[in-house]
Design a protein around this ligand. Structure first.
Ligand SMILES: [Mn+2]
Length: 439
């Protein structure tokens, strides 16, 4: 087998809108809008510096079916750059950019191959000597919703001795966090006889299997708080024995974080503020040269909870941090090391022994047991929600949003409601109900 090197990337989602983020200045907004393109530029530089033979893109090049003209032009520019360096590009389309959506045409480019809606295979030649190096099989989504297990169509070619790479945009083993398009199992892929499954669709980077390789490289730029951590692609080196070595490379220019701040042993507002600023400093040094966006989740139980619940501390601190961030973004190279606090989520509770309250023969004890049960039992949860949200359901938009909420989110609301009830009721009850003695 001739050794060769390639890049596996997927889910570029060019021109993502970053709709979930508010309060940013125009400068920051345009920096965010530019980030998917900046990651594409870094992908290009990486391909050139690593001297890869080719690159495979496993679907979702564009973010939306009606992708912008800008996204298309920037992608075509990147394709041309790959061509100038003799790097072949192999593309499948996914559920965000199926073949039937506008602007999907890549034009005539010798070095670019876009797979059609039917399974096909191409043999590829190594860049430096044009020796056959690998076979790539792939299928694009003809329309946005592919419910067939298309992985079963992959067959090894007659060029038995070559390394076989499969390009598929699919949900392997039914990841519930993503739409189950092109559903298949790990076993389906292992039995196919292919050496490397270059997958796309799930944005979380993961290697599901090593012999053969079954790989999600994740997206190249996180787009929301659900996509935290480093984002990038894999450089894959295949040696003479057909063994693959994977190396992850970061490509993101904006990185998302979710950080917990426990308040258990926190004395006052200043301690909270110091904790927040320390974390921001840590993130800044971890992400040099990048912008970061962080959501702080306040957890634990402590005396500070009551004030946090009231909202003023976090609101004022957020306002101040945003003011500083906007100011430093306006300076030259101001986005490097910029940390934008997306929000503070209060998930803490008052300084109270909840377990003791749960056992108590009181109204509050009863209420907590009721909440606990609703969180554990699906039937009673929907009953609680049906009754509690009834007045809001007449509003179409509200009822749509409420119905969309996942069980996890509903449980979080219940938990918040309980903490609020503890706060409101315990201060009016005789004896304070389960309050921890201060000593
Ligand atoms: Mn995607």
């Amino acid at each position: 087998m001739v050794p060769f090197k390639f890049i596996h990337t997927a889910d570029l989602h060019l021109d993502s809108q970053f709709k979930g983020i508010s309060g940013v200045s125009d400068d920051i907004r345009s920096f965010l809008r530019e980030s998917t393109f900046a990651s594409l530029d870094r992908l290009m530089q990486l391909a050139v510096s690593e001297q890869v033979d080719f690159i495979v893109i496993s679907g979702d090049v564009y973010d939306a079916q009606d992708s912008s003209l800008q996204a298309q032009l920037r992608f075509h520019e990147a394709l041309d750059r790959f061509g100038e360096h003799g790097i072949g590009v192999y593309i499948i389309h996914g559920n965000h950019d199926p073949l039937d959506s506008p602007r999907m045409k890549t034009g005539k480019r010798e070095h670019v191959h876009v797979f059609g809606p039917e399974f096909e295979q191409v043999t590829l030649l190594r860049r430096k000597d044009q020796k056959p190096a690998a076979v790539i099989g792939g299928i694009s989504y003809p329309t946005a919703k592919v419910t067939e297990n298309t992985s079963l169509r992959f067959r090894r070619s007659r060029e038995e001795s070559l390394f076989h790479i499969a390009l598929l945009h699919a949900n392997v083993d039914g990841d519930p966090a993503h739409e189950t398009y092109s559903p298949c199992t790990r076993q389906d892929l292992i039995h196919s006889g292919y050496d490397y499954w270059a997958l796309g669709h799930i944005h979380k980077r993961q290697i599901l299997n090593e012999l053969p390789y079954i790989v999600y490289p994740g997206n190249i730029q996180g787009r929301s708080i659900r996509e935290t951590g480093a984002k990038g692609c894999y450089v894959v080196q295949v040696n003479e024995d057909g063994k693959a070595d994977l190396m992850f490379h970061e490509l993101d220019t904006v990185r998302w974080f979710q950080e917990e701040i426990p308040i258990d042993s926190m004395e006052g507002e200043e301690a909270f503020q110091v904790q927040v600023e320390d974390r921001m400093q840590q993130i800044r040094s971890e992400c040099q040269g990048k912008m970061s966006i962080v959501r702080f989740v306040i957890t634990g139980r402590g005396s500070l909870h009551e004030k946090l619940e009231e909202g003023r501390i976090a609101e004022e601190l957020l306002h101040e941090l945003h003011r500083k961030a906007v100011r430093s973004a306006a300076e030259p190279s101001g986005f490097e090391g910029l940390v934008w606090v997306e929000s503070f989520h209060v998930r803490s509770g008052p300084w109270i022994d909840r377990n003791a309250l749960l056992l108590e023969d009181s109204f509050l004890g009863e209420l907590l047991r009721y909440g606990q049960h609703a969180r554990e039992d699906e039937k009673s949860r929907s009953e609680v929600f049906r009754k509690a949200l009834y007045p809001l359901m007449a509003n179409r938009e509200l009822s749509r949003l409420l119905n969309e909420a996942a069980d996890e989110e509903r449980n979080e609301w219940l938990q918040r409601a309980e903490e609020m009830a503890i706060l409101l009721l315990s201060s009016h009850e005789e004896g304070g109900g389960g309050k921890i003695d201060e000593d």
